[in-house]
Design a protein around this ligand. Structure first.
Ligand code: NAD
Length: 488
């Protein structure tokens, strides 16, 4: 079996114990992973704290930090085939997707490399004659970055890039499910020449690793991606150290199709929106709201496309849907689909777990128009299951779309420009895609509200989130300070 190590303070080392990683395509163990517990978490945070306060990192100019990030981007690009293969092996995400996503990972590092020396403070036109006042944007400190299993390289890059560009140091906790690509990524950080302790990778379990990290007294900011229940535990942990938090959580995103839409184009976008990444995507367009007059025609197109999807081993280039990452995840999906069918949902396609090894589940469509409060409509399944609800009017579409505590992504398909604008205004979501779905870029902010979390990743604002403002007052008068009892 392959063996991986933690990366702490510039060194590769074993954890307190090991655990086995399963290959989701076969369900069999393929690698020994290092498990970080309290001692390893403490070593990583202490190293990050020391690297933040002393040594070469705080003395580097922002431009020099940017150059290191640029080198890292080049190394990621060069190692793309290896990283993609590891992510596919350890998480079951199909190789077509992991290969394409690594190119994005390099792009994110390049974007933040370029941004490092553009994080500026401001000179203030202060209302006092003998003062110069300005603000400095300083790095917030030690960042604990915690990621879930899906797209770990990507979800880590959107945290590591801006954090390092801003001058922070990072302890990244990879998910216990599929950590291999992150442990391998540490080799590239090492090769790029970042000073010891600036970036550390650990992995382990929630209670014994993640929770210890979130309440550690030397952690200043927690950048978390995962589910809402875990986010609550993270926020409770941060009550100990009062670290700031940014939370990228789940979604139950509406994908809205009006009767004037290009139905073929919308059907392709819907397939990508729910079946890409085998549905294990926070932005999955998992609620299809379709105008009644085109419901049958649209569902017929979707059914044909879903049934033509090639389900096979994730390391084959022609595979379109691979296994889910864990058996636990498949069990949960099976249960929620069964509950929805019992409640009265109609099975359009899928819904049958295939025989054989691996954690496969087929693309599934449930028509829930008669049971709009079924479990599959209201809960995030994080799998290839689409729940359909029909609507009559634009107002009704908005009402159904917003009837959720989540607020991450949304999609609108219509030929009407004016309607598109009304929907953009009315949708409670951090992202609105119009006549497209699942587009991302390092330049565009991304995030949600409500149960989908708070804070934004991507764009300039994300780099600013890793800074704190220092206000500087400098008196320009040589005259003695007058009355000490008057605030001026
Ligand atoms: P999860 O919440 O179970 O785990 C996420 C991470 O938190 C893992 O590394 C886990 O070990 C760690 N963790 C668990 N308990 C912890 C604790 N008490 N303290 C600190 N850390 C702890 O999430 P998951 O099931 O791995 O991933 C699926 C979820 O992630 C879904 O809800 C999905 O929507 C969400 N997600 C969101 C985005 C986004 O950008 N908004 C992207 C991808 C996934």
């Amino acid at each position: 079996m392959d063996r991986f190590q933690l990366y702490i303070d510039g060194q590769f080392r074993d954890g307190a114990a090991t655990f086995q990683s399963l290959d989701p395509a076969t369900g069999t163990p393929w690698a020994e992973m290092p498990e970080a517990r309290e001692a390893e978490v403490n070593a990583a945070v202490t190293a990050a704290h020391r690297a933040f306060r002393s040594g070469p990192w705080p003395k580097l100019t922002a431009t020099a930090r940017g150059k290191l990030l640029m080198k890292l981007a080049d190394l990621v690009q060069a190692a793309a085939p290896r990283l993609a293969a590891l992510e596919t092996r350890d998480t079951g995400k199909i190789i077509r997707e992991t290969s394409a996503q690594i190119a994005y990972v390099a792009d994110y590092f390049r974007y933040y490399a370029g941004l490092a020396d553009k994080i500026e403070g401001a000179h203030l036109p202060i209302d006092k004659p003998d003062m110069e006042v300005w603000t400095r944007r300083e790095p917030v400190g030690v960042v604990a970055a915690i990621v879930p299993w899906n797209s770990q390289l990507f979800l880590s890059a959107v945290k590591i890039g801006p954090a390092l560009a801003a001058g922070c140091t990072v302890v990244l906790k990879a998910s216990e499910d599929g950590p291999a690509p992150m442990l391998e990524f540490a080799r590239l950080v090492h090769e790029a020449g970042f000073p010891a302790g600036v970036f550390n990778v650990i992995t382990g379990f929630g209670p014994t690793c993640g929770a210890v990290l979130t309440r550690h007294p030397l952690v200043d900011h927690i950048a978390f991606t995962g589910g809402p229940e875990t986010a609550r535990a993270v926020v409770r942990g941060s009550a100990e150290n009062l670290a700031s938090t940014s939370l990228e959580l789940g979604g139950k995103s509406p994908f809205i199709v009006f009767d004037d839409a290009d139905l073929d184009s919308a059907a392709n976008a819907q397939v990508s929106g729910i079946f890409a990444a085998t549905g294990q995507s926070c932005v999955a367009g998992s609620r299809l709201l379709v105008q009644s007059s085109v419901k049958d025609a649209f569902l017929a197109k979707l059914k044909a496309k879903a049934e033509a999807i090639r389900i096979a081993a994730p390391d084959e280039m022609t595979t379109e849907v691979g296994p889910l990452c864990t058996l636990r995840q498949r069990d949960r999906i099976e249960r929620l689909v069964a509950e929805s069918l019992t409640a009265g949902a109609r099975l359009v396609t899928g819904g049958q777990t295939p025989e054989g090894a691996g954690f496969y589940y087929p693309p599934t469509i449930l028509d829930c128009s008669s049971v709009p409060d079924a479990a599959s409509v209201t809960q995030e399944l994080f799998g290839p299951v689409l729940s359909v609800v029909a609507f009559e009017t634009e107002d009704e579409a908005l009402e159904i779309a917003n009837a959720t505590q989540y607020g991450l992504a949304s999609g609108v398909f219509t030929a009407s420009l004016t309607r598109a604008h009304r929907m953009i205004r009315g949708l409670r979501a951090g992202v609105v895609w119009v006549n497209t779905y699942r587009a991302v870029s390092p330049i565009a902010p991304f995030g949600g509200s409500g149960l989908s979390g708070h804070g934004r990743e991507g764009g300039l604002a994300a780099a600013l989130d890793y800074t704190t403002v220092k206000t500087v007052w400098l008196r320009t008068s040589d005259a003695p300070i007058p009355d000490p009892f008057v605030m001026r």
